[in-house]
Design a protein around this ligand. Structure first.
Ligand code: ADP
Length: 499
């Protein structure tokens, strides 16, 4: 079995701890991809010291040239798309068409970042004084700590690291324990594209062993985290105490609303994709379906039939619609929520258990599950499950649907199926989410638009698009007075003070 390494101080290095963990295929737990470092605080310290040196070099490289490196990264990812998709499916389970999309999102993000190297705009504004210029521009921050989850093993690291690097920061990257292989290949590509070695560091390991020391390290000035709300809270608290800039992207409990005038066929296709794509393990997954009472029964009947017809299996096999959950803990969590739903009196319409059959015996599979008659305010309706479980809530009006959508602590994405254009635009204003889709499911963010949520989904920052470049850079202001005399702001003025 292959033993993998960290990338620290410009070379592939064994962990100081001497410890390793197995990376396992969730569709077949007898298939072990390799042994990866279970690193510790000492590895993090070496990585940060090296990243500081990398930063001193990289911050001086002109931004367009930094962008050129990222363009080459995009080219290499394009060449290796199929191979990366396959290894990603092998290590985290989602079907190949989805992992291909994951790589494509990385490619799109690379080319966007490459072109941003020729923008990275500041402002030039008039000064209050004659013969004086006033302007703002962007400076890099320093060493960025990048902590990512398993569900988008390539796309999420690219969302964070491409803008961080383009802005001139150095990165210490800690991928999720379930996807170290994709993380390794990503760093190999960055290096092959010409990124100077000390500008990126890769430290594998667990949240407590690597993530926590990275967040706590005084020389890591900025942290970008995507993961669970529980871990995000700890990361946010630590960063607050240490005065660090931090971006948190956490949970969701996203709803699709289908009203009586909605296109039912379109909504059926949308909810199957939104709820069961990535086995429900997306922060934007459609985990609630809010149906108008006039279409409720008809919609559900059809949805249950189509859900039962989804092909569960190994994501690398042709014809698979839904892969396994990522690990045993994820499976156990889903099982606990099945008990919660039943104890709360919701109607289990389909699924609710692991599938039966030999081909499922070695993986973390779970049948796509639908609960109907879910009460607004119940645990099933309020809490993030992160699995293939859809809760259906019946409502009598659009206003009630909007209320149910908003009455959760999360606020990532929402979706509305209607043909009423006025209502559609009202939804943009009224639904408390960072993203609202009209006539499309709650998933499907595009790389060139800001991504993020309100309330307890995030902490106000956005990834993607143009906004993330503000997060990864400091605004600096320059005043140049070429009048040759002392001009006092707020005191002197050009026309003189009227008597
Ligand atoms: P998920 O439920 O999506 O796996 P987690 O929040 O557990 O979400 O993990 C997201 C990332 O955060 C992973 O890379 C994980 O190792 C890391 N992590 C877990 N605990 C901590 C911690 N205390 N400090 C920093 N990072 C952590």
């Amino acid at each position: 079995m292959k033993t993998f390494k960290n990338f620290i101080a410009g070379e592939w290095a064994a962990p100081a701890t001497g410890e390793y963990f197995d990376n396992v295929n969730p569709a077949d737990t007898t298939d072990i991809i390799g042994r990866f470092p279970l690193s510790g605080r000492e590895d993090v310290e070496r990585a940060v010291a090296s990243a500081k040196r990398g930063f001193e070099r990289w911050r001086k490289v002109p931004a367009p040239e930094r962008g050129d490196v990222l363009r080459r990264v995009g080219d290499l990812m394009t060449q290796r798309k199929e191979e990366i998709a396959d290894l990603m499916t092998r290590e985290m389970g989602k079907p190949l068409k989805e992992t291909r999309g994951d790589v494509q999102e990385g490619i799109d993000t690379a080319y966007y970042a490459a072109s941003e190297g020729r923008r990275l705009f500041g402002h030039t504004v008039p000064s209050e004084m004659p013969n004086k210029w006033a302007m703002s521009f962007r400076r890099p921050i320093g060493v960025a700590g990048i902590i990512t989850p398993f569900n988008f093993p390539l796309a999420i690291p690219t969302w964070k690291m491409f803008p961080a690097l383009l802005c001139g920061n150095a990165c210490v990257f800690k991928p999720a324990e379930d996807v170290p292989h994709t993380g390794t290949v990503f760093v190999e590509i960055l290096l092959a594209a010409g990124l100077p070695p000390e500008v990126v560091q890769l430290v594998h390991g667990a949240g407590e062993g690597v993530g926590a020391p990275l967040v706590e390290h005084p020389e890591v000035s900025v942290i970008s985290f995507t993961g669970s709300t529980e871990t995000g809270r700890i990361v946010g608290e630590t960063c607050g105490r240490l005065h660090k800039r931090v971006s948190l992207e956490m949970g969701g409990k996203n709803a699709m609303i289908v009203l009586e005038d909605g296109d039912i066929e379109l909504a059926l296709e949308g909810v199957l994709w939104g709820a069961f794509g990535t086995t429900g393990q997306r922060c934007t997954a459609t985990s609630r379906l809010i149906l108008h009472k006039k279409i409720h029964d008809r919609f559900l009947g059809e949805l249950v039939d189509r859900t039962r017809a989804l092909q569960l299996g190994d994501g690398r096999k042709k014809g698979t619609d839904v892969g396994p959950l990522v690990n045993e803990a994820a499976l156990k969590k889903v099982e606990r929520y099945i008990d919660v739903g039943q104890a709360e009196g919701a109607d289990l319409l389909c699924g609710g258990q692991p599938p039966i059959g030999r081909k499922y015996s070695k993986g973390h599979f779970f049948e796509p599950t639908i609960f109907a008659r879910v009460e607004a305010g119940s645990r099933l309706e309020q809490e993030e499950i992160f699995g293939p479980v859809l809760s259906v809530i019946r409502v009598s009006s659009a206003d009630e649907a909007f209320e149910v959508n908003n009455d959760v602590r999360y606020g990532l994405s929402s979706s509305l199926y209607t043909r009423d254009v006025n209502l559609a635009f009202r939804a943009f204003n009224e639904l408390d989410n960072g993203i609202t889709y009209i006539n499309a499911p709650t998933i499907g963010a595009e790389a060139h638009l800001p991504f993020g949520g309100v309330k307890q989904t995030g902490n106000g920052h956005r990834e993607g698009g143009w906004e993330v470049y503000h997060f990864f850079s400091e605004t600096k202001v320059g005043y140049a007075d070429f009048s040759g005399r002392l001009q006092r702001a707020q005191i002197d003025n050009y026309l003189g003070t009227p008597d």
